[in-house]
Design a protein around this ligand. Structure first.
Ligand code: BMA
Length: 831
């Protein structure tokens, strides 16, 4: 068997040159001659931070002072002892180099690389020496490389907003060059493991398991490529899954082979909410003719069939993910890199973030094209938790060169990553790009391109071919949004997948009801991060929505203006930073609730909503539900309610109000519906009951009688709709026009074994009651939020993670306990 050896010890880092153009600060004097201990895997920024040589780029306005790092060339060096083991080959294996690297071993050049998204293997036997060896990896500034290539090939159009950085001229995580939620932190470093692999005779170069289910039989074709040190050695290949074993001989000279296995009646893998997630070990082994074990490969796989239904119908053409024959309504969220420095993201963090997604009933994550092909642990967590993964190829919001060297890199990167990720049952869709076809149609590109190529060849040809050749078990779609044809607008409501951004950018979230997309792959609304996150990152005195540090943590074009204009139709203008923070977060939660209830009510025509966005890469005002310090924003709690597999909502239809029961589960949902029109003061003005019967994976509408649905005083009445153990409310006016009573709440703090319980008894109607545990203690979390109580009702919040005792006085009012229109709530008294 081959032997692996990590080369992760004793690395040091030096700045070697600065490409300090454009008035950027050059390397600070203290650093010019410094040798810094380096972490591998890691990156320059985190090494400099650990050495105390730079301030934290995530805090205040530090980011802006650190642009020089991305303009500098960096040299990583280590020495290691090595003794010849007598194997045929010793390879240097680099799982990830970020990005433009020159590798030298004992002074001899080994290779140069220019793609963060690929791995590399080099035969280094001739460079190794018995005893001490020196390995050096020098990174050219990615910024300088991309700018040079841009100059060489000629500029191409990018996003229609924000300063375009040359992210489309280098195969590197695009959002490193800044995004409308991310800072400009252009990294360099050995971001994934780097190892020596000593091996004999032959090894498994690539294993592609093609897994599907046909007629109840699990089918696995393990397609294997073999790398040979001995061309003539006879080899055998075995594969085993669920107790079924297959074996083939690999004749001398041959470098590929396939073992086909059939598993009768395997347990099927499902997204959560639709079934279990059984996983099976697939073991592949390579042996010499005499039986000597040479190499092995293992991965957990899952048996499921997946297809994308894009059949034309009376409306247009569908976009439905079908798993094991069942059309799934995707309750999704977009995923961006969870850190600007992805080498910091380990399995536990991936697992925690995906668990947060699942806890909010999210069953699909779309890995967005401006980030990375995520690390194995992301997909492992998705497999285990039953979260479907839609994976973009890495192209976002720009025209991309189809010339050398980008073209070769794109194809190599695609082939590698499709093969790497295909064992994961959670992965159900490959998508060509993010918004580039839309950009070509609508962002004024065509005039600027003047006939030049812009990436279309990747999306319609290269990537489609790579998926068909590498992993024919999975569907491929050229872009998001895309209608399926260049004859139809890519963002057409009736076709394919759609992004709705006019709501946030220009209009109001009310326009969501003007659309019924077939599959909504992006839509979102901004809100600030939690208070604890904001105040950890920003130390402005005084802190304001437009103080310098807060503004630097708002990257969207006119972001604060859009927040304010988005608030105006719904809420009174806030006057303090605390009120701004609460009400913009509440409005974010409201916007997505409004949209998702509407889109889900059209289940069937619409088969998915993928909110922009689940997570953040640093502390920032953004569209995320979970902020850059992993804290859940009010939106997260709203998602958990509105993505409930069983949802009851009130929707305006044909001049009246319908109750719509939505059932994404596999069981029928039958409930008695009680509708009450109540005054905020408690009086019940009208009551009506009906039966709600919703088939599995279906919706049912019930019209509310007009007299029940018509208020006497729109400002002070609410419809309370109860369907079994689900409840929703409907209002006849916007918050700013509602005459909410001044909340009267009896608050009790009760320590209990699992945390601290805060019981709130409402003497008045109170809407969207929220308890901000992070205001009490940055370590604390609350179990629920946005709870609406009728007079006489009580809710118990559970706070976990408190590191101190809290008093009733601290908890009982703003800024800890808040509700919609709570301006009159007396502020908490100092303890
Ligand atoms: C879409 C995304 C991202 C962006 C988001 C918010 O365009 O694809 O590029 O961050 O909207 O503006």
């Amino acid at each position: 068997m081959g032997e692996w050896r990590d080369l992760h010890q004793d690395w040091v880092l030096n700045a070697v040159a600065s490409g300090g153009t454009g008035g950027e600060p050059k390397i600070p004097a203290a650093l010019a001659s410094a040798t810094v201990p380096a972490s591998v895997p890691g990156c320059v920024h985190t090494d400099l931070l650990a050495a105390g040589l730079i301030p934290d780029p995530y805090l205040d306005r530090n980011e802006h002072e650190l642009r020089w790092i991305g303009r500098t060339d960096w040299r990583y060096a280590t020495t290691f002892d090595w003794q010849p083991g007598g194997t045929d080959r010793v390879d240097l294996v680099c799982d990830g180099l970020d990005t433009v690297a020159r590798i030298e071993l004992n002074g001899s050049p080994v290779a140069t690389t220019q793609n963060m998204h690929r791995s590399y293997r080099f035969d280094v036997g001739q460079h190794l020496r018995p005893g001490a060896n020196e390995l050096v990896v020098t990174f050219t500034s990615a910024q300088a490389y991309a700018e040079n290539l841009k100059d060489q090939l000629g500029d191409l159009p990018g996003p229609n907003s924000a300063t375009p950085e040359p992210f489309n001229f280098i195969r590197k995580m695009a959002c490193n060059f800044g995004w409308d939620w991310g800072p400009i932190l252009v990294t360099a470093g050995i971001w994934k493991p780097i190892r020596l692999h000593s091996w004999q005779t032959a090894r498994l170069a690539k294993v592609r398991p093609l897994v599907t289910v046909e007629g109840g039989v699990g089918k696995v074709r393990a397609v294997v490529e073999v790398d040979r040190a001995d061309v003539n050695a006879p080899l055998t290949l075995t594969a085993e899954v669920a107790g079924v074993r297959g074996r083939v001989d690999v004749a001398p000279g041959e470098t590929s082979a396939t073992v086909a296995l059939e598993v009768p009646d395997p347990r099927l893998w499902w997204p959560h909410g639709h079934g279990d997630q059984p996983l099976y070990d697939l073991d592949v082994a390579l042996a010499a003719g005499d039986g000597t074990a040479l190499d092995s490969w293992s991965h957990r796989i899952g048996f499921r069939h997946v297809r994308l239904d894009t059949t034309p119908d009376e409306t247009g053409s569908a976009f439905t993910i079908v798993v094991n024959g069942v059309p799934i309504f995707a309750r999704g969220a977009n995923w961006i890199p969870d850190d600007c420095f992805p080498s910091r993201i380990g399995p536990e963090r991936y697992r925690a973030r995906l668990q947060q997604a699942k806890d909010a009933h999210i069953d699909l994550l779309r890995v967005w094209g401006g980030g990375i092909y995520e690390q194995e642990a992301f997909y492992d967590a998705a497999n285990e938790l039953g979260i479907l993964v839609w994976q973009d190829f890495l192209f976002a919001c720009a025209a991309y060169p189809e010339e050398s060297p980008i073209a070769e890199e794109v194809e190599a990167e695609a082939r590698e990553n499709v093969a790497r990720l295909m064992p994961h049952p959670s992965l159900v869709l490959w998508n060509g790009n993010n918004e580039n076809i839309w950009g070509y149609f609508d962002w004024g590109w065509q005039a600027r391109l003047d006939g030049r190529t812009w990436g279309k060849g990747y999306y319609l040809d290269v990537l489609a071919r790579v998926v068909a050749e590498t992993d024919p078990t999975r569907p491929y779609w050229p872009g998001s949004p895309y209608s399926g044809s260049f004859d139809i607008h890519p963002n057409a409501d009736d076709h394919g997948c759609t992004h709705i951004w006019d709501a946030w950018n220009q209009k109001d979230y009310a326009v969501y009801r003007d659309y019924v997309p077939r599959f909504l792959a992006e839509f979102g609304w901004q809100g600030p991060p939690t208070w604890a996150t904001l105040t950890r990152a920003v130390h402005d005195e005084p802190l304001a929505s437009d103080s310098p540090g807060v503004l630097s943590h708002q990257k969207a074009t006119d972001g604060n203006g859009k927040l304010a204009r988005g608030l105006a139709p719904h809420f009174d203008e806030p006057t303090t930073v605390a009120d701004w923070h609460w009400v913009t977060q509440l409005n974010q939660a409201r916007a997505l609730t409004y949209g998702i209830e509407h889109f889900r009510s059209h289940r069937g025509r619409c088969m998915g909503t993928v909110i922009w966005q689940l997570n953040d890469c640093w502390p920032v005002t953004s569209w995320a539900a979970v902020d850059g310090d992993a804290r859940r924003k009010p939106l997260w709690y709203a998602l958990r309610k509105v993505y409930d597999p069983r949802l009851v909502t009130v929707q305006p239809r044909d001049g009246g109000l319908d109750i719509i029961g939505i059932n994404d589960g596999a069981e029928a949902w039958n409930a008695e519906v009680v509708v009450e029109r109540r005054a905020f003061g408690g009086e019940v003005y009208a009551q009506w009951t009906a039966k709600l019967e919703v088939d599995p994976r279906d919706t049912t509408a019930v019209r509310i009688p007009a007299d029940v649905a018509t208020p006497v005083d729109a400002a002070s009445e609410v419809l309370v709709v109860t369907a079994g153990d689900r409840r929703t409310t409907w209002y006849f006016a916007e918050d700013k026009d509602l005459a909410y009573p001044q909340p009267e709440l009896d608050v009790e703090v009760v320590p209990n074994p699992s945390g601290t319980q805060v019981r709130v008894a409402a003497r008045t109607f109170v809407r969207d009651l929220a308890l901000f545990a992070d205001r009490l203690d940055p370590a604390a979390r609350v179990d629920d939020m946005l709870v609406t109580l009728l007079p006489g009702e009580t809710h118990a919040f559970l706070i976990e993670g408190l590191t101190r005792q809290v008093t009733r006085e601290e908890v009982a009012g703003a800024p800890v306990l808040r509700s919609a229109g709570d301006g009159q709530v007396p502020a908490a008294q100092a303890p």
